[in-house]
Design a protein around this ligand. Structure first.
Ligand code: AMP
Length: 115
């Protein structure tokens, strides 16, 4: 079965599963996280299926760059001057959906290092 058929975020890209979309470009879709970890929590994903940022960067570094640019655009569109940008990569790093996504989070103090 293809990644599109099995993958939750591919099904959001196709419109099969609804999402609260805040930005859609030719390359990416950004939508609000269903379980927000901050007052603002948006996920930015490429329309193409790639497992994680490592796979995307090695396969299509240009698209990886556009993903970052669109994450910054989302922050700008939402009026965020400060935000945290996170790409969990692998299960031990906290990745639970294996379609690369950037978390854009803001609206509370995060501190460093992360927990
Ligand atoms: P990660 O743990 O880094 O893989 O992040 C996956 C994120 O996807 C989590 O923050 C989930 O809350 C979020 N998520 C899961 N299902 C949906 C959905 N249907 N719509 C929006 N966000 C979702």
């Amino acid at each position: 079965m293809s990644a599109t058929a099995e993958c939750l975020f591919c099904r959001i890209v196709s419109g099969e599963i609804p999402a609260d979309v805040v930005l859609a470009t030719d390359d990416t879709v950004a939508f609000r996280d269903v379980t927000p970890q901050a007052p603002t929590h948006v996920l930015v994903i490429p329309r193409q299926h790639h497992r994680d940022i490592a796979a995307l960067a090695s396969t299509d570094p240009g698209l990886a760059g556009r993903l970052m640019a669109d994450a910054a655009q989302v922050a700008s569109d939402l009026g965020l001057e400060e935000f945290r940008l996170v790409l969990n990569t692998g299960a031990t790093a906290g990745q639970s959906v294996f379609h690369v996504h950037a978390h854009v989070m803001a609206g509370r103090d995060f501190g460093w290092p992360p927990g």
